[in-house]
Ligand binder design. Structure first.
Ligand SMILES: Nc1ncnc2c1ncn2[C@@H]1O[C@H](COP(=O)(O)OP(=O)(O)OP(=O)(O)O)[C@@H](O)[C@H]1O
Ligand SMILES: [Mg+2]
Length: 260
C-alpha cells in the first residue's frame, strides 16, 4: 500500500500543511508515500512525486472529492498501472449518505432523501418530527443559522444558503429527524480492512456492526450518545477523506500500518 497526499500549493516538495503531521508519522511508521498537486489534478494533470512504484495499491489521503472526481483520480492511477485501495463504488458507499443509510437504519436518525429542487413542505408536511436536520449527500451547513430547523417550511432557506455558500448541492437533500444528542460524547472510529479501531478504549458494538455490514476497506464511523443513553451513528465517511478529528497523527499512522 502506497499513500498519496496533496502537496503544499506553494511548495510541491512538501505535503499540504493540513496533512504534514500525518505524512511525517506515516513515513516514521515505515509506510511509503508520495505527493501530488491537487490544483494540477483539478486542471487535468496528475503527477506523483516521488513516482509511485508500478503495480502499487494507492491509498489517497486528502480533500473530499465528488465520486466523479474520485473516479478521475482512480483513472489517473490505472493509466499508470496502479490499483486503487478503495474502488469508486466503495468511495461512494461511505461518502454519500443515501448509500450507507439503508444498511444502518436502526442505528441512525430516520432520513428522507429528496431532490434539491423538491417542494419540501409538500414532501414532508405530513411528518411531525421534533426537528429537521438538513444536509446534502455529504455535508451539513455549519455556518449562518446551522442545519437544524423546526418545521418543513424552514428547510428551503437552509438549502438556499447551502447553494449560496458552496455553489453546488452534492447529490440531493437529506432531511434527518432531529434526535437529542449529548454532543460532547461524539467520537470517531475507523474501520480499516474490516477491523474497527478506537482512538482509545473499547470499540462499541454498533461500530462492529458497521465493520460487518459496510463494504469498504477504509471508512470512519461517528458515534454519539443520545439523551436516553442509546448509542447512535451520526454519519459514516470514506476513510481517505475523513478528518482525523482528535486522533493523533501517530495513532492514525499505526492504524494504517496495521494488517488484520
Ligand atoms: N439528526 C440529528 N439530530 C440532531 N443533531 C444532529 C443530527 N445529525 C447531526 N446532528 C449534529 O450535527 C453535527 C454535524 O452533523 P454531521 O456530522 O452529520 O454533519 P457534517 O456536515 O458532517 O458535520 P461535521 O463536519 O461537523 O462532521 C453532529 O455532530 C451532531 O451533533
Ligand atoms: Mg460529521
Amino acid at each position: 500500500m502506497h499513500l498519496l497526499y496533496p502537496s503544499d500549493p506553494f511548495d510541491p516538495q512538501q505535503p499540504d500543511e493540513t496533512y504534514r503531521d500525518e505524512y511525517t508519522a506515516a513515513l516514521a511508521e515505515g509506510l511509503s508515500a508520495s505527493l501530488f498537486s491537487f490544483d494540477d489534478f483539478e486542471a487535468g494533470t496528475f503527477k506523483a512525486r516521488p513516482a509511485i512504484p508500478t503495480g502499487a495499491t494507492v491509498l489517497y489521503r486528502g480533500w473530499m472529492l465528488t465520486p466523479e472526481n474520485y473516479a478521475r483520480l482512480v483513472d489517473c492511477w490505472q493509466q499508470r498501472d496502479l490499483q486503487a485501495f478503495t474502488s469508486v463504488e466503495q468511495y461512494r458507499h461511505c461518502h454519500h449518505l443515501p448509500q450507507w443509510y439503508p444498511l444502518l437504519t436502526e442505528h441512525t436518525s430516520e432520513t428522507r432523501v429528496l431532490e434539491p429542487d423538491a417542494d419540501f413542505v409538500d414532501a414532508l408536511g405530513d411528518l411531525d418530527w421534533p426537528g429537521y436536520f438538513i444536509k446534502d449527500y455529504v455535508k451539513s451547513l455549519n455556518t449562518a443559522g446551522g442545519s437544524l430547523v423546526e418545521t418543513p417550511e424552514q428547510i428551503q432557506a437552509v438549502v438556499d444558503l447551502m447553494q449560496q455558500y458552496r455553489g453546488q448541492i452534492e447529490g440531493g437533500i437529506c432531511v434527518r429527524k432531529r434526535e437529542d444528542y449529548r454532543e460532547e460524547t461524539e467520537q470517531r472510529y475507523f474501520v480499516f480492512l474490516g477491523k474497527a479501531h478506537a482512538e482509545n478504549g473499547a470499540v462499541p458494538s454498533i461500530v462492529e456492526d458497521c465493520a460487518r455490514l459496510i463494504q469498504s476497506p477504509f471508512f470512519s464511523v461517528d458515534v454519539v450518545l443520545r439523551a436516553d443513553g442509546v448509542l447512535r451513528i451520526v454519519e459514516l465517511g470514506d476513510g481517505q477523506v475523513s478528518d482525523r478529528k482528535t486522533w493523533p497523527a501517530m495513532t492514525f499512522a499505526k492504524l494504517l500500518k496495521a494488517q488484520p
